[in-house]
Design a protein around this ligand. Sequence first.
Ligand code: GLY
Length: 672
Amino acid sequence: MTNDVLIIGGGVIGLAIAVELKLRGAKVIVTSRDFHAAATHAAAGMLAPDAENISNQAMQDLCWRSRSIYADWTHKLEQLTGCNTGYWPCGILAPVFSEEEREIGRNISPHHPITPSSSTTYWLDKETIHQYQPSLGQEVTGGWWYPEDAQVDNRALAKALLSAAQSLGVELKEGIAVEGILQQQRQVVGVQTNAGILRAEHYVLATGAWTNQLFPLPVRPAKGQMLSVRVPEAITQLPLTRILFGQDVYIVPKRNRRIIIGATIEDVGFTPQNTPAGVQTLLQAAIRLYPQIQDYPIEELWWGFRPATPDELPILGNSPCQNLTLATGHYRNGILLAPVTATLIADLIWEQKSDPLLSHFHYSRFQNKSSTSSVMLTHPLPAFPDQGQVNSLTLKSEAFPEKSFAPNPDTPLIIAGKTFTSRLMTGTGKYRSIEEMQQSVVESGCQIVTVAVRRVQTKAPGHEGLAEALDWTKIWMLPNTAGCQTAEEAIRVARLGREMAKLLGQEDNNFVKLEVIPDPKYLLPDPIGTLQAAEQLVKEGFAVLPYINADPMLAKRLEEVGCATVMPLASPIGSGQGLKTTANIQIIIENANVPVVVDAGIGSPSEAAQAMEMGADALLINSAIALAKNPPLMARAMNMAAVAGRIAYLAGRMPIKDYASASSPVTGTITS
Ligand code: GLY
């Protein structure tokens, strides 16, 4: 018998949803790599919508709603399990060091709640705050008091949730790594794990910072370093009984004498460990705020990865697959948002009831290309400070000043859950020498290089020594099935390609560029064979990038069977004829929900830029670089063209007019 709901992710979000669904009568299974690896374990447990000063109205509502049900929710869990969750409505004090700091980011005025559901906050002057909270740093000149903010012991909460799930009969599977989500026709048909395939009727993705390893959502890790000190036993009364929330640090006292100090926000991927700089920053700021802790013994140092989205809001609700629900990207507020997320997601899955609030957190806000660009222009990606680096080579070139007034509004290219900052892919064929190929790959700034599996197998010229020729720790290999005339051949070669990528150390590389080309003269792909092979390869867990004629119907069918991209040709492979299929590519772009990669036929940088201006998500260019007089130089030009075209697309070109219009209009000018 299959389970009703399979939840991927055993953090506070996954577990809270599991418990809620189980209480409503569902048969639930939760998979987790390691319950302790989740951000849940690393958090400080603040329930701080007011102190966090959330400016987005929908997010504020969501956070307030969650805080308002927290006491009942934890009480229910405690009754179910006998475990204490450490829920403590202790309030949060946010001291400031100057008059200017008083207003920084505070969008709620004292004593004047904005809406009926908002919280009351108080401004405390210097004398009051020092009286109210003894031993604050001398530099503190006042502060905000948020009496409704609270805290929970996040590790105790995780235990209580696990225990509740267990006692209710949720099947908990720890040590399970989900390797891929098997999809057919916009349905999830199973999840491939290190312990075989698991199936259910419905699936929930609650994988936090690791989300885009499985699904193309812009969730990235935002590392936070933390530490704790312990109040010495000689001090009989707890010196701190409320949270202190500073500009760069927070101090969270627990009832068991532990005091948590957090947290850095670092964009360093999944780089583990504490660093001297991180710990120093935290300690310096914490001692300035509350000097007493400088003599308390350090108890523990740790770090965690917050799931950050570009707009810092979670991704909740339906996904492109009918039976997959998303509950991820909670960034700094996962512990706080657990109960409301569980309620809304259970309502959605079990009662088909979609709370209007969910619409603000729908994944499509990152997918709709035109709205993404306008949203991004007003929010220059606070959580992703390196977003602007479409790739470093180009932005540092003289053609694009480093200090630009226009924030780069781009999101990264995501293919099958893997994120790429470069939108240009290249190949390895047709180069005159291996050195030229190596230099060209570097100059192109590309992160994906396609390799013909058959040519590597037969050690065709230029394909010997490929393992050593490129740095496969930086370049993602895209094995291709060039030379395959039938679907069967292509499927076989794709499997070999996967092995080839593994041999190069890319264990998790399941990408394949699918080429089924029976016709040697024009090298045009076979649409039927391509669709058949794509269906089979998707079933086998491949991320399939099919090379096709620019046929919008075929592109749609391939997307429907679960392909990761579509790759329409601009003109026949290697012809350098440029964009001959513009009208059809335009239709494909308009209708695609997967990245559209324009492949084959691009001969010059102007054509590359034009394809990107049309809204292509990426380009694959090989011959135009390899056969140029100076391939590395052409690679650099193509790199810049792809970036320029992309930025132009985001910027939106001027409308074409029938008649001339003066560059210096006479209306609206300033005259003396
Ligand atoms: N919730 C606080 C943090 O993420 O650092």
